[in-house]
Design a protein around this ligand. Structure first.
Ligand code: IPM
Ligand code: MG
Length: 357
């Protein structure tokens, strides 16, 4: 079980250190190797995804990823910005299936900005396609507009595209995930306007024939954004493309009021995966020891479940996190009156202690 550990920037190193402690407390034979990525990669060797880091990630069975990005790199050319590291890893490792659960822990029910009755018990899973769409579609660029009313002026353009096999493979992943949960799959598109979405929808309908036990519905993305805040508990599993999934998964994360709690997994066709918290690098609180390590710790649990097939160990970690929350330990992002405020390291150590119980 070889794990590439890529802490990255901002709070990345602090939160990854706690997840590593949790992994090391499990009594399993993990081989961990660390490498710089994002801004740290740029500082180390002039590129956000250094060759050695990519080679390490390729050779590993799984990647534990912290976060990348810092304002100080905002002025760099796009191909050198920290975000390119995560896009590059997704593409090079063919991590096309992104799992983003949004779960509201009972202990944190009042952290949501929505009314408790709308979000209590929330447990939805967004499956986002990660290798295609307007994120990677060619051609793209900035040019002189070749035609139209504004011919000759500067224009930016990107290409939204999905091929049938790309949609088919994410459809299978989504139907199989839905089958293991509430058996309801909602495919989100914009088929009333976009050709890409029409193909997406047609392929979803076709794949559905192989999953008679799963109920498939379709929703336009604008309506899905609305339903997510109106009646989020009506969803079970959502499957959508790269761009819509980027937006809806942030919205879904915020329903829980605690983005610091949400893990994510990005998988290839053989369950190799990259595991990272859903939140970003939070440079404003980096180095202060106050970041919430739980999303990263729960990402390590997802790694045990999806890549290593160690369900019992994954549940051990998840239960340890619940016990720590039940005892009232809270990092500042989820702290409320009456709870015990702890820092990053104390939170990690409390989870390690709870593991042994
Ligand atoms: C995410 C992030 C990334 C994305 C950025 C950092 C490139 O927003 O993982 O959702 O857009 O996919
Ligand atoms: Mg995003």
């Amino acid at each position: 079980m070889k794990i590439a550990v890529l802490p990255g920037d901002g709070i990345g190193p602090e939160i990854v250190a706690e997840a590593v402690k949790v992994l090391n407390a499990l009594d399993e034979k993990f081989e961990l190797e660390q490498a710089p990525v994002g801004g740290a990669g740029y500082e180390a060797s002039g590129h956000p995804l250094p060759d050695a880091t990519l080679a390490l990630a390729k050779a590993a069975d799984a990647v534990l990823f912290g976060a990348v990005g810092d304002w100080k790199y905002d002025a760099l050319a796009r191909e050198l910005r920290p975000e390119q590291a995560i896009l590059g890893l997704r593409k090079h490792l063919q991590l096309f299936a992104n799992f983003r659960p949004a779960i509201l822990y009972d202990e944190l029910a009042s952290a949501s900005s929505l009314k408790p009755e709308i979000v209590a018990g929330l447990d939805i899973l967004i499956i986002r396609e990660l290798n295609g769409d307007i994120y990677f579609g060619q051609p793209r660029g900035i040019r002189s507009a070749p035609d139209g009313l504004f011919a000759g002026s500067r224009e930016g353009f990107d290409t939204m595209r999905y091929s049938e096999p790309e949609v088919r493979r994410i459809a299978h992943v989504a139907f199989q995930a839905a089958r293991k949960r509430g058996k309801r799959l909602c495919s989100v598109d914009k088929a009333n306007v976009l050709e890409t979405s029409q193909l997406w929808k047609d392929v979803m309908l076709d794949v559905a024939k192989e999953y008679a036990d799963v109920e498939l519905s379709h929703m336009y993305v604008d309506n899905a954004a609305m339903q997510l805040v109106k009646a989020p508990k009506n969803f079970d599993v959502i499957v959508t493309g790269n761009m819509f999934g980027d937006i809806l998964s942030d919205e879904a994360a915020m329903l829980t009021g605690s983005i610091g709690m949400l893990p994510s997994a990005s998988l290839d066709a053989n369950n190799k995966g990259l595991y990272e918290p859903s939140h970003g690098s939070a440079p404003d609180i980096a180095g202060k020891g106050v970041a919430n390590p739980l999303a990263t710790i729960l990402s390590a649990a997802m790694m045990l479940r999806y890549t290593f097939g160690k369900t019992a160990q994954a549940e051990r970690i998840e239960n340890a996190v619940k016990r720590v929350l039940a005892r009232g330990l809270r990092t500042p992002d989820i702290w409320q009156e009456g709870a015990t405020k702890v820092g990053t390291r104390q939170m990690g150590e409390a989870v390690v202690a709870a593991l042994q119980e």
